[in-house]
Ligand binder design. Sequence first.
Ligand code: SF4
Length: 545
Amino acid sequence: MPAERKETKAQKAERIKAERNPWVMLPEILEKARQGFEAIPDDDLRSRLRWWGLYTQGDGGGVYGGEAPYFMARVRLPSGILFSHQLREVAALADRMAKGMGDVTVRQNIQLHWIRAEDLPELFAGLGRVNLTTLAACGDDTRNVTGCPLAGLDADEHFDASPVALGINRMLAGNDEFYNLPRKWKICATGCRAWCSFPEINDVAFTGARRQVGGREELGFSLRVGGGLSTEPFHAVKLDCFVSLHQAFSVARAATELFRDSECLRQYRNKARMKYLFLEYGYTPDSFLAELQDRLGFRLDSGVEDEVPKDAYRDHVGIHPQKQEGLFYAGINVLRGRLTSDQMRLVADLSERYGDGQIRTTGMQNLVVPNVRKMNLKDLEREALAGALRLEGSPFARGTIACTGTEFCKLALTETKSYAEWLVGELDRRMPDFDRNLRINVNGCPNACGQHWIADVGLQGRTVKREGKAVPAYDFFLGGGLGEGATFGRRIGYQAPVEEVPEALERVLGVYANQRLDGETFREFCSRHDDQDLKGFLSGEARDG
Ligand code: SF4
């Protein structure tokens, strides 16, 4: 008898999805959870629970590939919108079941760790009480729909696009028609000019645009599709169309259907993102638009010009005026996104005492407290500082983000969260006068959850051999950035054990500080040097000349 063929990864994932819709299984999942981790069937534990925002996690001690009987729970915050009573509940849940901490993520979620199976019913009940959810925060579905954290506040925005982001979120997350997508699906909708939700790396990106029609100005969006990072980064391609505000929902739905029905993407898990329609299946912006319009049943107008921002650096840190006269927003620098439950409560307090109870999360893992009157700014800043939350920071403190790393991520090769904090301290000590914005993104592996491809300095976790032993290290990617002339960071061919990274960065940033041209950014500096030059700057063995 011929040996039975083992399922491929993709076949297994597709079979599990075809068998059951995880979104209708919550009562059953919770019933099993009450009986403990061991009682949860394997396909639910390692697959279907993701549709409820739950991943099994590492053991907190940094064991590669290790799994502990705990969950990470990702709380979904569309467009980063959050209210004080909700953050207070997250803090209470963190105290009860997540060792008193949580992480703000690059898609504006908040993640809790250390959740026991037995705690899941209480977690869902607690979140539900304040209208929060983990629904579709992980899995092959529409992930958190992101947007500008300053939507409705920013004097410079085209318009407040948060109702569109929230509407798309409501339409797709938890909708049974869209529970079985080929893989994760990332959408952003922003009306800001800074593109701080990084449309270039989303599967579908709506960015604010304007046009003149019959002497009148019409607001709408330009549309990009197919962006993504991971191990094969790809910039979203711009489609030649103008999407009116009232068309945005139909377009988001049709693009999601197009992705869902692209059976070719279901063959390999690592090639199941929409970018592969362009990379491997011959799609062009025109052919994609034609197919999208066929599904829509109407044509989108062509010819929209959008303004690509010069630089997509925007950490929202500090105190800034809003479009509303007399009101300010306070951007809190949350180093590597980590908050204690006390800090969550403090931010909730500050937003109630000095703002209007609103809070926003940002794509650089920070928090914003909006709607603060001028007379209250000093008190807010003083009280935040007393809770170790700063409204300022060095370029390194403001620009450094980190993925989850070995502490909880089973795929990680290096520790990232504590490491990022240590790295910032080292760079602050070594280069106290460094005076330019700089994004340093620390990733524990090539999967790029910490977006190392789009940073000035991307650090990708790996191991290197030292005295015959494998030690944790980082690979350097330099010169990435979004906005005008977007580039992915170049892998320079230089690696350093984790403790030698600050030294290497001090060397290359020192050369940049001394040799930069007038107004030159680090990305521009990298683009006028080849890899050998940059490797020489990192290693201290720069070529002459
Ligand atoms: Fe884990 Fe790698 Fe993603 Fe970091 S980049 S969270 S280490 S999978």
